[in-house]
Ligand binder design. Structure first.
Ligand SMILES: Nc1ncnc2c1ncn2[C@@H]1O[C@H](COP(=O)(O)OP(=O)(O)O)[C@@H](O)[C@H]1O
Ligand SMILES: [Mg+2]
Length: 296
């Protein structure tokens, strides 16, 4: 997998700092990673740039990503996912095998996104993962990206908006009976969002029962309403989507999300299809914040 282009800004949250930020500072201090004057510098940058404590400490290069990951794990008392843990699909490479080169690449993608959005002021950390055809890695990238965001203490929600061939419930091993389709048709509320305690800050809204009218559901105002409601609860919201050359669903999702990553799979996706998707996404007004060349 290769991140092909510069990732453009995702707009930053400017959100007031949650209490957990102060605790992360304490965990890092106790671990001997930060001294009192470091903490002051971090807090000053935090306030100036509207960052989370961990992000600010990373930008000042006072701690490493490993330091932050283990502090977050300690703070939430997260059980370690051991390789071969059967609760989750082996596709969650960032959890099963954090030192795998692919896990590095996914963290690099996350880092680029975070840097971009921390430099900007508007609160819109909502991102759709799109690509032209089937089996190009949208679900794989969306799932792993969600995990790496949560590993840094970002309250992360993954929404499976592939109502045609949903997969996230299987990757995370949660029931798929009630999900996005029920929420959009008014038969369920946000309680359909499932916390994934093994990942601390990660939640999943599975696709739910297959509806007869996915495209119509996804273009309803209800999706905007749901995002509005959830935006206060999560720092990052990611959408998985169906192939965009086959259905208009991804366009509806991109329109609401406002930011997209376009994937292309090596030796598989046609260039014309990728440029077509980029054009379609531009038509929705969504910003293309990155393109990923998925070689596997
Ligand atoms: N970068 C990758 N490395 C290894 N396997 C991958 C990668 N991207 C996708 N896959 C695998 O390819 C298959 C199709 O990917 P998937 O994410 O389901 O595609 P899509 O959601 O675009 O249809 C899955 O089995 C997935 O695990
Ligand atoms: Mg998929």
């Amino acid at each position: 997998m290769r991140i092909q282009e510069k990732v453009l800004p995702i707009e930053g949250s400017g959100r007031v700092l949650a209490r957990h930020d102060r605790r992360i500072g304490a965990v890092l201090a106790e671990a001997g990673k930060l001294g009192a004057s470091d903490i002051e510098r971090v807090m000053a940058l935090q306030q100036a740039a509207g960052l989370r404590f961990g992000e600010a400490a990373l930008r000042l290069r006072l701690i490493t990503e490993d330091d932050l990951r283990s502090a977050v794990a300690k703070q939430y008392d997260l059980p370690h996912l051991v390789p071969g843990n059967a609760s989750f699909g082996s596709e969650l490479v960032v959890a099963h095998d954090p030192f795998h080169p692919r896990a590095e690449e996914l963290r690099a993608l996350r880092t680029q996104l975070m840097i971009r959005w921390s430099n900007s002021e508007i609160s819109q950390r909502v991102l759709a993962v799109v690509s032209p055809g089937p089996a190009e890695g949208r679900s794989y990238v969306a799932a792993n990206l969600a995990v790496v965001f949560s590993q840094l203490g970002e309250r992360t929600l993954l929404i499976d908006a592939d109502l045609r061939a949903p997969r996230q419930h299987r990757i995370f091993n949660v029931p798929d009976r009630i999900g996005l389709s029920a929420v959009l048709s008014g038969r369920a509320d946000r309680s359909a969002v499932v916390a994934i305690p093994e990942f601390g800050m990660l939640s999943l809204l599975p696709a739910g029962a297959r509806p007869p009218n996915p495209q119509e559901l996804l273009s309803r105002q209800a999706l905007a309403g749901l995002l509005h409601e959830l935006r206060g609860e999560f720092d990052v919201i990611l959408f998985d989507t169906p192939p965009s050359t086959l259905y208009a669903d991804a366009q509806s999702v991109a329109f609401r999300a406002g930011n997209v990553i376009v994937l292309a799979r090596k030796d598989h996706t046609r260039l014309a299809d990728t440029t077509g998707v980029i054009r379609e996404m531009n038509d929705t007004g969504a910003r293309i914040v990155g393109t990923v060349f998925n070689a596997f």
